[in-house]
Design a protein around this ligand. Structure first.
Ligand code: UDX
Length: 462
């Protein structure tokens, strides 16, 4: 089938960590001559419009998931949100597929429906209408492997390992893992049981397909072993990343971005410490004060993102978060604190020295694409595994060690920043590794690179 006849329908869970890679994936498809229709809830589409960042060349189908002002995890009911998304999202997908069917003159029939995790109902819609579907996995292949093994006989072993910090577990295709490296949703104490259930439902749905297809936001050289097929092809993955949005796709750009760039330009090459914890995480005031101590102790210029939502928590935590950070005056003399920034621009700036990151997968890939060494400061979900990969496998940074209460102290943060910024053998090796991975990431998405070739081969096959 000629590539121009392809028409992909995409649907994503409406948070930045899903939308950005899905948009970038769509952009790559469009470059290969594929027509793309992107279904997106009203709230996410409004954000794009507000920031003046609706990407060109896309056909958007906007639908209401019932939370048009956005979902607020502090005040809205999560189950209600998921149920409404499922009902209204399924209707929208069905209507879009039918209105593009061969019976409708002038339309291009949908040839593949691609969905991000937590939306197993999307595959159900596709199956009901005989359209091939594919999961776009937006975390590393290594995490998908852990989940696969968890749901295929290793659950007790993994749970036991979670409970015993000194144990290690060996799973095929993965480095030796300790409890601190495993996805937080596998822990017996995990309060988000519904997420583990949703991942299971998702993987069961994929496994029940005649030809299961999973695209992974990774690249062959980065996760060579983890990307290999599992259990004689029961699960195979197609690496098509890194799906790192270029500047024009990063929405929610703050109007202060030009000021940030100007400030960065006044600092020496490789001198700035950038601290950001993604789009969801909210730190306690105590933890933020410890970070402040670490930054003051390092005496280096810093750029720190503290999102406004930090003050929107309910109850005591929210009240506490509204309080100003201790040492605000000293902090303002040394660095900048902003509610949001254009992270990719910041990571690409020559004055940047290191990235203190929560290791969300997008931030992790962005650090690799930009060749920036990291202080890995993981919290939950896939972040501990990503931190393990960054520190021990790709060796582009160090990982903080929490104290007995699980908090990371200021002195530990300062020490880690110094290790990454140091001009000694270890510091130089981390920077060299970061540059090596940057080159490999760039090669993967070139015309003849592995990810582009993988995607083209897939288009020829379906
Ligand atoms: C969530 C999960 O927390 C994470 O573990 C999972 O891997 C993906 O989904 P999130 O916490 O938002 O994601 O982190 P991350 O995946 O790093 O995505 C954050 C995105 O926001 C990145 O693309 C980053 O560039 C962007 N960002 C963040 C900005 O553009 N500006 C900022 O100031 C902060």
């Amino acid at each position: 089938m000629a590539q121009t006849q392809h028409h992909f329908l995409l649907v994503t869970y409406p948070v930045q960590g899903h939308i950005n890679p899905a948009l970038e994936f769509s952009k790559r498809l469009i470059i290969l001559g594929v027509k793309v229709t992107f279904t997106i809830p009203v709230s996410a589409y409004r954000k794009m419009i507000k920031a003046g960042r609706v990407p060109e060349g896309f056909n958007f189908v906007v639908f209401s998931d019932g939370f048009d002002d956005g979902f607020n995890s502090n005040t809205n009911d999560h189950m209600l949100f998921m149920t409404q998304m499922k009902r209204r999202g399924s209707e929208t997908l069905k209507e879009t597929i039918l209105s593009n069917s061969a019976q409708n003159n002038g339309s291009t029939p949908i040839t593949c429906l691609v969905y991000t995790p937590l939306l197993p109902w999307a595959a159900e819609v596709a199956r009901g209408l005989n359209v091939p579907s594919a999961l776009l996995w937006i975390q590393p292949a290594s995490i998908l492997r852990v989940y696969y093994y968890y749901f295929n006989g290793y659950d007790k072993l993994i749970r036991d390992c979670c409970n015993e910090p000194s144990w290690s577990i060996e799973l095929p295709g993965l480095p030796s893992l300790k409890s601190r490296d495993l996805p937080s949703f596998c822990f017996p104490s995990n309060p988000y049981g519904f997420i583990l259930d949703a991942v299971k439902e998702q993987l069961d749905m994929v496994a029940s397909e005649e030809k299961p297809i999973i695209f992974v936001n990774s690249f062959d050289a980065l996760e060579e072993e983890a990307l290999k097929e599992i259990d004689d092809g029961k699960l195979s993955m197609i690496a098509i990343g890194p799906l790192v949005p270029r500047g024009d796709l990063v929405f929610e750009k703050s109007k202060d971005d030009d000021d940030i760039m100007e400030w960065m330009t006044t600092k020496p090459k490789g001198s700035i410490v950038y601290v950001a914890f993604g789009s969801l995480l909210v730190l306690t005031k105590k933890q933020k004060d410890a970070i402040a101590q670490g930054l003051l102790g390092s005496e280096r210029p810093f750029l720190w993102v503290i999102r406004d939502e930090d003050a929107n928590l309910k109850g005591e935590e929210g009240e506490e978060n509204k309080e100003k950070l201790s040492c605000m005056e000293e902090l303002e003399k040394l660095g900048l604190i902003v509610p949001w920034c254009s992270q990719l621009e910041v990571l690409s700036h020559p004055s940047l020295g290191c990235f203190v990151t929560h290791c969300g997968w997008n931030s992790t890939l962005e650090s690799i694409v930009c060749g920036v060494p990291v202080v890995a400061f993981p919290h939950w979900n896939d972040q501990p595994m990503n931190a393990k990969l960054l520190a021990d496998v790709w060796e582009t940074g160090v990982r903080v060690a929490p104290n007995e209460d699980g908090a990371v102290e200021g002195e530990e943060i300062r020490k880690c920043i110094e290790m990454v910024m140091a001009d000694d053998e270890k510091g130089i090796a981390m920077r060299n590794n970061a540059n090596k991975w940057k080159d490999l990431a760039s090669a993967a998405v070139k015309e003849t690179g592995s990810s582009n070739t993988n995607l083209k081969s897939f288009l020829e096959l379906i």
